[in-house]
Ligand binder design. Structure first.
Ligand code: PDD
Length: 285
């Protein structure tokens, strides 16, 4: 069966879905997106994802083309239309097609697109052994809190990791940790989780929030702040978090071991807490 997607009010096979070439998403990268994990056919933290979408749209000075209720119904229908129990929903809104001009068009109808793919989470080997990362200067703009589809810097930064055989590129702006090319980054120092603040230099991750909530409810100390590169390089543990990668330990950074070069004890604890939370909330209601 061909993949069924949602485009501008219709559910249709992906081969039949087209967007005009003058769509501002295509011409300017003028749009925003969300990636929502689905477990046992239930969207994880959907309200939070929709709230972040609202924030991103406001950043582009765009009206939300659907109400929260409409979004929820559309996402549910898309999930039902696709076979996998665990899915990854990709949702995108652009300012729509209009004659090419940088300034906002007076009368454009937003393009609304959603697709679902099977959710691929890290393999048991990746979870057990951890992954490697490289580092780079954060070359992105000043509104990384907007989940914009214009991802050229992120694409280039992620490719640096791939070229080095690594899983992620960790970014430093003016010598301070921001996040990864497509993930948030946590460090652990003497048993304390270190997390960058949700400012304009990072995407406020939904997984990031879950991790800090779990730390709070389970009495694991954490500190939110600006952390210098040297401190991150000397941390006992480093983690990646995102909707599709969940939580992964970074065991080497720029080919040097992080801590003792193995996923650390705080990672193991948080990974277990995350999986238990997910199973409780999603698999059993
Ligand atoms: N990216 N920071 C960046 C730059 C990201 O692209 C992502 C996620 C995150 C983590 O956010 P969350 O926990 O809400 O997934 C942080 C998605 C998965 C993507 O672009 O495919």
């Amino acid at each position: 069966m061909s993949q069924i997607i949602y485009l501008n009010g219709r559910f249709l096979p992906i081969e039949q879905a087209y967007v005009p070439v003058l769509d501002r998403g295509f011409i300017f990268g003028d749009g925003v997106y969300e990636v929502i994990p689905v477990y046992s056919k239930r969207a994880f933290r959907l309200r939070e994802h929709l709230a972040r979408l609202e924030h991103s749209l406001a950043g582009l000075r765009m009206e939300n083309p659907r109400s929260p209720d409409e979004w929820e119904k559309l996402v549910e229908k898309l999930i039902r239309t696709n076979e996998s129990e665990d899915q990854s929903i990709y949702l995108q809104v652009t300012r729509g097609p209009a004659p090419r001009d940088h300034a906002f068009p007076k009368h454009a109808v937003p393009t609304v697109f959603m697709m679902s793919n099977p959710l691929v989470t890290p393999s048991p080997a990746q979870v057990a052994q951890g992954v490697s990362a490289v580092s780079a200067t954060d070359i992105r703009w000043d509104r990384c809190d907007i989940k914009a589809i214009a991802l050229l810097p992120n694409v280039l930064l992620r490719q640096m990791a791939v070229d080095a055989g690594a899983a992620e590129t960790i970014l430093f702006r003016d010598g301070i940790l921001t996040e990864g090319s497509a993930s948030n980054i946590f460090a652990v120092e003497n048993g304390v989780i270190l997390a960058p603040p949700k400012d304009r230099h990072m995407l406020p991750g939904i997984t990031y929030d879950v991790v800090l909530e779990l730390a709070k409810t389970n009495g694991i100390p954490f500190e939110i702040g600006y952390f210098a590169e040297a401190r991150i390089r000397n941390a006992d543990e480093l983690w990646i978090t995102s909707s599709t990668r969940e939580i992964l330990a970074i065991v080497t950074l720029d080919s040097k071991p992080v801590g003792d070069g193995k996923p650390g004890p705080v990672f193991h604890r948080m990974y277990r807490l995350y999986q238990d939370y997910k199973n409780e909330v999603m698999r059993h209601g």
